[in-house]
Design a protein around this ligand. Structure first.
Ligand code: DX5
Ligand code: ZN
Length: 218
């Protein structure tokens, strides 16, 4: 069983106090800081770019997990690496047949890499790149906004992705992102996910350390 890691999504943070929010999440016992980058084109929302991440970097020594929801991500990976991302994940839907080359380019920058698929994309689409990945990210909502409802039909895909990872014999993290709550977290873990993204669930609670611990142990 891979280690369970909790990755609060900073999309739900107070952006006017992003440094302090980064520090607070770090001190609350998170394992990764999930950073949702949106360009208003790949998804219908705009969040922040590399400068924002760079300025948050001094506030935390956690793993910075940059989830790029942008078109032509290969044009920006270098800037996200320079900004201090430790893992960069890119969407199959944004890269298509350039996915493998993009993952290799990320690794070439000395940064971990991962592929992301939307709820309606088959696990088999990333079969040919799984060996390149340090992490596989399954979306359990359509990307763009925090606070959406978990799509139940993703559960069997988690199992399928877990089997694909097992078949490689490699230590590849399986991350789940979107609509995770204290009610459904144990089901996603049982299905095989070990990196749990949670935005609204963490930020709506006053005691962030307690909710992070609950998500880890439930
Ligand atoms: C959605 C983002 C998610 C999201 C998670 O596009 O990738 O990381 O903000 O937020 P919650 O946990 O509120 O669904
Ligand atoms: Zn995300």
């Amino acid at each position: 069983m891979r280690q369970i890691k909790i990755a609060p999504s900073m999309l739900s943070a107070d952006f006017s106090r992003f440094g302090e929010e980064t520090k607070s999440i770090t001190e609350s016992g998170a394992d990764l800081l999930h950073l949702d980058v949106m360009d208003g084109s790949f998804v219908k929302n705009i969040s922040f770019g590399p400068k924002f991440i760079k300025e948050a970097r001094p506030y935390s020594d956690l793993v910075f997990d940059a989830h790029l929801m942008i078109v032509n991500p290969w044009n920006y990976i270098e800037r996200f690496a320079e900004a201090g991302a430790d893992i960069i994940t890119v969407h199959f839907e944004a890269c298509k047949d350039r996915l493998k080359d993009t993952l290799k380019a990320i690794k070439g920058l000395g940064v971990k890499c991962g592929a992301v698929i939307n709820p309606d994309t088959e696990v088999s689409s990333i079969k040919n790149v799984i060996e390149e990945c340090d992490m596989l990210l399954l979306m359990s909502v359509f990307p763009g906004f925090g606070g959406q409802k978990f799509i139940e039909s993703v559960l069997p895909k988690i199992q399928e992705a877990n089997e694909l990872i097992a078949s490689t014999g490699k230590d590849i993290d399986l991350e789940i992102d979107g609509g995770i709550t204290c009610e459904n977290v144990s089901a996603v873990k049982r299905a095989g996910a070990n990196v749990i993204v949670a935005g609204s669930t963490v930020f709506k609670e006053k005691d962030r350390a307690a909710v992070i611990e609950r998500l880890r142990t439930l």
